[in-house]
Design a protein around this ligand. Structure first.
Ligand SMILES: *Cc1c(COP(=O)(O)O)cnc(C)c1O
Length: 452
């Protein structure tokens, strides 16, 4: 074994931050490899920082989720939430597994088409669909989930103009006992607007009502909330069956399941408290099976799970730039991963592990990124061994939203690598270069020269 570097003993001032009855610690094992590929070799080859996605974890998460639902309910269909991570290789893993696409903009719709998803297997959500977007969706026979009355009227008019009957669902929001309620998307259940919208659609006869949709929130810590939501959508579907003798083909429960992350300020780590796929599946399928559907009219259950499928498959690797002490004496370690790449660090205490062996001394450390911004904090306080310049770290569960919400600020976005099932890394998104930014810019003639 390699002789470890001498570290002087330290006297540690006791800080009262983040107390926990288990004395929450960082996972005291280094993450030296991901799916058998050494972290150091990934950084040597592709640079630092670097996003890494495990195809193995993507597939196993998907299969786990699918199994939880298909063992409890006869008709289940997943649709990959593009905005959670729309790097094409990631989307295609889910499409290979049988997932449709769930998109929330014209851009995402085109990305799904580009990936080879048939329009009829694209669910089009979101509050801002332009007339052109809706025409594209109609042309491709997509499933259009109506968000508000203006959209319903535009769609009715387009249906008439094109002499077609677009396939639609409405998005419904409701009180599920979790607050604050997400009531700005879709039609509210309790105040009757959802029922109004259904009546307008069915009486007009110009749209083909095929589904009911909800997406009650994200990182939902309560599985029970889904049971409430499923029950309310079932009520609406049964109401439609009774009044119009019209069968709703699917009930779409959206996404929002948790990953293994820990919300900031949580008392216990997410790995201990977050519901499992089985918990969510049990809540949702029980509510649907117990509703008044006869077997022949049992709707297909659609799930648009994003975060729970991709988050734990994503890592970001980084390198230590320097160490310093704060005015209070607390250790600050600066790494090359900024909040521009880890938007989710504003909400989660992401697990951070060193990528090399270390000694037993640890210290509460603030982990800062490299940006010239005071808010560039990856972890306020995390127990870490002494890390030196050039050491590497691995941040866990960053596969959801970071690769779509990342910001191009001060520096360029790094490469994204996927490790396939056989342990081969593939670049799935190139590192950006100067032209990624300058290519979009135009300089007016009078500004293209100067003398200094
Ligand atoms: C964002 C979103 C999802 C996915 O949510 P997750 O929290 O990532 O599971 C699903 N459906 C809709 C309508 C969304 O907006």
């Amino acid at each position: 074994m390699e002789k470890l570097r001498y570290e002087r003993p330290i006297i540690r001032r006791l800080d009262s931050e983040m107390p926990n009855k288990f004395g929450m610690r960082t996972d005291y094992r280094p993450t030296t490899q991901i799916d058998g590929v050494p972290v150091k070799s990934l950084i040597d080859k592709f640079g630092s920082p670097l996003f890494v996605i495990s195809e193995k974890v993507l597939r196993s998460q998907y299969r786990k989720a699918r199994k939880a639902f298909t063992t409890r309910y006869p008709k289940v269909q997943f649709a990959w939430s593009y905005k959670t991570n729309y790097i094409s290789a990631v989307c295609n893993v889910f499409h290979q597994e049988g997932s449709w696409a769930e998109v929330v903009s014209g851009f995402e719709f085109q990305k799904a088409l580009g990936n080879g998803v048939k329009g009829s297997k694209i669910i089009f959500n979101g509050p801002d669909k332009s007339e052109e977007d809706l025409e594209m969706a109609i042309q491709h026979n997509a499933l259009i989930h109506i968000d508000h009355l203006e959209e319903l009227y535009t769609l009715t008019e387009l249906a008439e103009r094109h002499n077609t009957k677009p396939r639609v669902a409405i998005r419904v929001n409701m009180d599920t006992g979790v607050y604050p309620m997400w009531d700005r998307f879709g039609f509210n259940y309790e105040n009757g607007q959802a029922w109004d919208a259904l009546n307008k659609i069915l009486h007009s006869g110009r749209l083909e009502l095929v589904g009911l949709h909800c997406h009650i929130g994200t990182f939902m810590l309560s599985a029970q909330a889904y049971a409430v939501a499923a029950g309310k959508l079932a009520e609406l579907a049964i109401g439609v069956q009774r009044k119009f003798n019209h069968t709703i083909k699917y009930i779409d429960m959206g996404g929002g399941f948790t990953s293994r992350n820990t919300l900031k300020g949580a008392y216990l780590p997410g790995t201990d408290t977050n519901p499992s796929f089985d918990d969510y599946a049990e809540a949702i399928t029980t509510a649907l099976l117990n509703a008044d559907f006869s077997s022949e009219f049992l709707p297909t259950l659609v799930l648009e799970t994003g975060r729970a499928l991709v988050d734990d498959a994503g890592y970001i690797l980084g390198t230590v730039i320097s160490n310093k002490r704060s005015s209070k004496g607390k250790r600050i370690t600066i790494v090359d991963i900024g909040v521009n790449l880890m938007f989710t660090s504003f909400w989660y205490d992401h697990k951070v592990t060193p990528a090399q062996e270390f000694t037993q001394y640890t210290e509460d450390t603030t982990l800062n990124g490299p940006l010239c911004m005071n808010i560039d904090v990856l972890r306020e306080s995390v127990s870490l061994p002494l890390l030196n310049k050039g050491d590497n770290i691995v941040v866990h569960s960053v596969g959801a939203y970071n690769m779509t919400q990342w910001m191009q600020f001060i520096t360029l976005r790094p490469a994204v690598v996927m490790i396939d099932n056989d342990g081969n890394p593939h670049i799935i998104r190139e590192k950006e270069n100067l032209n990624s930014v300058n290519g979009q810019e135009r300089i007016p003639n009078h500004l293209d020269h100067f003398e200094l």
